[in-house]
Design a protein around this ligand. Sequence first.
Ligand code: NCD
Ligand code: ZN
Ligand code: ZN
Length: 349
Amino acid sequence: MTRLTLARPDDWHLHLRDGAALRSVVAFTAARFGRAVIMPNLRPPVTTTAMALEYKARIGAALPAGCSFDPLMTLYLTDSTPPEEVDRALESGAVCGFKYYPAGATTHSDSGVTRLERAFPVLERMEERGLVLQVHGEVTDGDVDVFDRERVFIDRHLSRIVSRHPRLRVVLEHVTTREAVEFVRAQGDCVAATVTPQHLLLNRNALFAGGIRPHHFCLPVLKREHDRMALVEVVASGHPRFFLGTDSAPHARHDKESACGCAGVFSAPAAIELYAEAFEQAGALGRLEAFASHLGADFYRLPRNRGSITLVKEPWTVPASCPFGEGDIVPFRAGTEVAWRLDVPAGVA
Ligand code: NCD
Ligand code: ZN
Ligand code: ZN
């Protein structure tokens, strides 16, 4: 197969940042995806519907002219989020869910939830009113090995959330382990997962290939080959509750190439192309469209996109770096070839 036309895909987990950084990155996503779920971990975090509406307007203003891209906003759950915020979020029509960051688990998560119990009143309201909970599923306890943090979060917290709130729709974001795949598979229709390109394509050896590789560092951290295989198998099987979420998470080069480098892989400049590569390697290109363009919309109870994109089997080289505000940023697979290229129709920049 040399051309692959897909219904326009969506990205169900994306970081766009704000200001000059936002203006540097948003066009990459808008060229590929019709909609994206926008993560709220700004500084300060997007904790209210009013803040989300303002952020959405800034995203709209940063888009290239004539571009139809719909940001689906999320609110950042804190210990003190009032249940009434759920009502406001829903009534705005612009917010699709609340993001649960265990405090301290990842980039800009210090205002996150410190004890699960504190979130129960909001989760109850979300369950009643049908908003989706997006979860960064890692415990933060220093005594839990960093490679076990997702598994322990599932055992201690996620299993409690889903049994206490059986009708709450929950997305376990960026799944990385075989245990997470098995947990999600074992749940009913209300529990789903997003899968990133880096977790489908790399295992943890990629963090140390010939030296330490800061651009492969994200959270949850890459896992073993045995875990990567579980992710590949479940998406290649066409499971309806595993869908595309890039977790493209831009950080300036100097913040990554540092003695204490930030977590986050910037995949937006080649996101759908990289998923095509992963599905092709798995012999499952025929399942890419559902994963990228149908299953997430179905889970979020939104209409599937109209329109399409085309990928061409023609190798191209990802830029070594991209402008990022005043500085630059190193994208995932910088300077290397990707097998599939996005076909941009003539006349569209
Ligand atoms: C994300 C970021 O940089 O905002 N980083 C990451 O490594 N995934 C935060 C997140 O999604 O956990
Ligand atoms: Zn996360
Ligand atoms: Zn993320």
